[in-house]
Design a protein around this ligand. Structure first.
Ligand code: PHE
Ligand code: FE
Length: 291
């Protein structure tokens, strides 16, 4: 980030890095209650479905308590564990702002919460998705390193004009990743753990494909931003995720730029198929919005 305005103008009231005060004192009872309702719903579906690292993270941050967490309090705990903190932003921020925060171990979280009539679906990430979904995994030292490395990688990919393929890696890992835990397939992606319906769908529905994670394969696969995923990629462990992404993407990008996308519902040559889905759910829904 530079001070010469190259980040684009932040909204009024926001700092140069787009952060704002969380304004914890301003949350209403209804807003805190929305958090509690969402929290309690996830308590019912996540044990046995979310990975151990996520469940431990919830405990370590003491996110169980009543209401929307105070970012300063969770940051204090998080800093001691992995050097990360949580900062408030008004909503989605420009890519370069986002990457700069990640590279410096700050997770930018929306400070607003969805309305009570939006419990199941919301297009823009709110504090429940951002904090409940993302922050527990940041207590894991390996995942914490992965996210910071992703921030640095994002800055670099932007300069190379290669964000398109890198964003898919984020989507299929940080947002919608599954992993193998000793007990079986488990969720670690924030977009899944913050959604009651997708927590069940991603693991149990017959519709989506579930395929072993392979870096280039993932980066060639478009994703859906409007509905449940049609394919989930399964990592063997967080260590292996960090390890395969440590390589220099500089030689990968030119190859990816020349390679065709893999259709979202396809099984490709060389795929380690865990479940071949029937894609029934996707077929019965309206046209997909792909990225
Ligand atoms: N290793 C990648 C690069 O060289 C950066 C990266 C690290 C990307 C971790 C994603 C996750 O650009
Ligand atoms: Fe997210």
């Amino acid at each position: 980030m530079s001070a010469d305005g190259s980040l684009g103008a932040p909204p009024e009231g926001a700092a140069e890095d787009w952060t704002i005060p969380q304004g914890w004192d301003r949350y209403t009872d209804v807003e805190h209650q929305t958090w509690v309702t969402l929290y309690e719903r996830q308590q019912k579906v996540l044990p046995g479905r979310a990975c151990d690292a996520f469940m431990h993270g919830l405990d370590a941050l003491d996110l169980h308590g009543g209401g929307i967490p105070d970012f300063e309090k969770i940051s204090e705990k998080l800093r001691a564990l992995t050097g990360w903190s949580v900062v408030a932003v008004p909503g989605l921020v420009p890519d370069e702002v986002f990457f700069d925060h990640l590279a410096n171990r700050r997770f930018p979280a929306g400070n607003f919460i969805r309305r009570p009539d939006q419990l199941d679906y919301l297009q823009e990430p709110d504090v429940f998705h951002d904090v409940f979904g993302h922050v527990p995994m940041l207590t894991d030292p390996i995942f914490a390193d992965y996210m910071a490395a992703y921030g640095r990688g994002g800055e670099r990919a932007m300069k190379l004009g290669q964000l398109h393929n890198l964003a898919r890696l984020y989507w299929y890992t940080v947002e919608f990743g599954l992993m193998r835990d000793p007990g079986g397939l488990r969720i670690y992606g924030a977009g899944i753990v913050s959604s009651r319906t997708e927590s069940i769908f991603s693991l149990e529905d017959n519709s989506p494909n579930r395929i072993g994670f392979e870096l280039e394969r993932v980066m060639r696969t478009p994703y859906r931003i409007d509905d449940f995923q049609q394919v989930y990629f399964v990592i063997p462990s967080l260590d292996e995720l960090l390890e395969v992404t440590q390589r220099d993407f500089g030689e990968l990008y030119p190859r990816l730029a020349g390679a065709p996308d893999i259709p979202i519902d396809a099984i490709a040559e060389g795929d380690a198929v865990i479940t071949r889905g029937d894609q029934r759910y996707a077929r019965e829904r309206a046209a997909a919005v792909l990225v």
